[in-house]
Design a protein around this ligand. Structure first.
Ligand code: ZN
Length: 313
C-alpha cells in the first residue's frame, strides 16, 4: 500500500537526547527532506522522480533555522530529518538550490510515479511538517507553542497553561459495501462525490466522529450518504493519506437493504455495480476514458474493490 512502509527506525528513545540530536544534525551522514507549502523536494531527472534528501552542508539545510528540524528516524545509522521551507518565496528556493532538476511536487498528483519507499518517506515528512504548521499556537490559551522532543511534541509557552500537544492523524473509514441478490449475483456500492468527473466512482468514506467506534462510523456513513443499512463489518486494511492528515481505515460491509437514497450534500450519485461492470472499468488516471472509472491502483479504495472482485470471481 502506497505511503506505508517508512524505511526508518523511528528511534523514539532519541527524541529527547538534545546532545545526540545536535550532533546528528551536523553529521555528514544526515539527510534532510524539505517540504515547501505542502510540496516535497524531488529530483526530476530523465522522467525519473527520486526523493531529494539533502546533506547537512547543502546551502538550503544550512540556511534553515537550526533546531526546528523534525527528527524522522534512522536508516541504519543515517539520521533523517524533515524541514519546512514554506517561509521562503519561490525565488529564494531557487537561489539556494544547487540542481536544475530540483522540483517541489504534489505527492497526490505524482503518486503513481513515486517508488514505494520515497512515497512513504515523503508522506511522513509532509505529515509532520503539516502538523507543526497547524499547531503553532495553543488551542487553550492562544499563546505560541514551543517545538520539543525533536518535533514530536509542542508545549504552550504560557507557564500558567503548559498545554502539550502531539502529532495526530484523522481517522477516516472507507468501505466497500457488497450485496448478493436473490439470483446469487454480487453487487458493490460505489459513489461519485462530485469532486470527480461524472463517470468516476469510488467506495464511500467519511471521518470518524468523537465517541464513535469504527464500525459505528461505517454504519452511519453508509446510511447518511446512500441510505443503505449494513451489518457484518470486517476490517481489511489501512493506508496513511497525507491530504492533509488522514489515516484511511478500510472495511467491507454487507448491505441488508438495497434501495439507495443519496445525501445530495455529500455525494451526487451512488449505484450498485456488478462484478462484470467493475472488472470492465478503466482507471481514473486516464482522464479521457469513457465508461465506469475507478480509483488508481495505489489507493486503498482500489485495493478494497480489487479484493471484492477477486472474492466474487
Ligand atoms: Zn496555552
Amino acid at each position: 500500500m502506497k505511503f506505508t512502509g517508512v524505511p526508518l527506525d523511528r528511534a523514539g528513545n532519541l527524541r529527547e537526547n538534545t546532545d545526540w540530536l545536535d550532533a546528528a544534525q551536523q553529521s555528514p551522514d544526515a539527510r534532510f527532506i524539505s517540504v515547501w507549502n505542502d510540496l516535497v523536494l524531488f529530483d526530476d531527472n530523465d522522467d525519473e522522480l527520486m526523493l531529494q534528501a539533502l546533506c547537512s552542508d547543502h546551502p538550503m539545510t544550512r540556511s534553515y533555522k537550526a533546531g526546528e528540524q523534525v527528527f524522522l528516524g534512522l536508516q541504519d545509522d543515517r539520521p533523517f530529518f524533515a524541514m519546512d521551507l514554506s517561509s521562503l518565496v519561490e525565488s529564494e528556493l531557487k537561489t539556494v538550490s544547487r540542481a536544475e532538476t530540483d522540483r517541489y511536487i504534489d505527492l497526490r498528483s505524482f503518486m503513481p510515479k513515486l517508488s514505494h519507499e520515497d512515497a512513504a518517506l515523503a508522506s511522513y515528512a509532509k505529515g509532520m511538517v503539516y502538523w507543526h504548521q497547524h499547531n503553532r499556537f495553543c488551542g487553550l490559551c492562544g499563546a505560541e507553542t514551543i517545538f520539543l522532543h525533536a518535533g514530536h511534541m509542542r508545549r504552550c509557552s504560557n507557564k500558567d497553561c503548559g498545554h502539550e500537544t502531539f502529532p495526530r492523524t484523522d481517522p477516516v473509514v472507507i468501505m466497500l459495501v457488497e450485496r448478493l441478490d436473490d439470483d446469487g449475483n454480487h453487487f458493490c456500492l460505489l459513489g461519485n462525490s462530485g469532486n470527480f468527473s461524472k463517470n468516476r466512482y469510488s467506495t464511500l468514506a467519511g471521518f470518524v466522529d468523537p465517541g464513535e467506534s469504527l464500525e459505528e462510523a461505517v454504519t452511519r456513513e453508509v446510511f447518511e450518504e446512500a441510505g443503505i443499512r449494513v451489518n457484518n463489518i470486517r476490517y481489511e486494511a489501512s493506508q496513511p493519506w497525507p491530504f492533509p492528515a488522514s489515516l484511511m481505515i478500510g472495511f467491507r460491509a454487507t448491505a441488508v437493504t438495497d434501495k439507495i437514497v443519496i445525501d445530495e450534500k455529500e455525494i451526487v450519485d451512488a449505484r450498485w455495480f456488478s462484478v462484470e461492470e467493475v472488472q470492465a472499468a478503466g482507471d481514473w488516471s486516464n482522464e479521457t476514458a469513457n465508461g465506469l472509472l475507478i480509483p488508481r491502483k495505489d489507493a486503498i479504495a482500489r485495493h478494497l474493490i480489487n479484493r471484492w472482485v477477486k472474492d466474487c470471481s
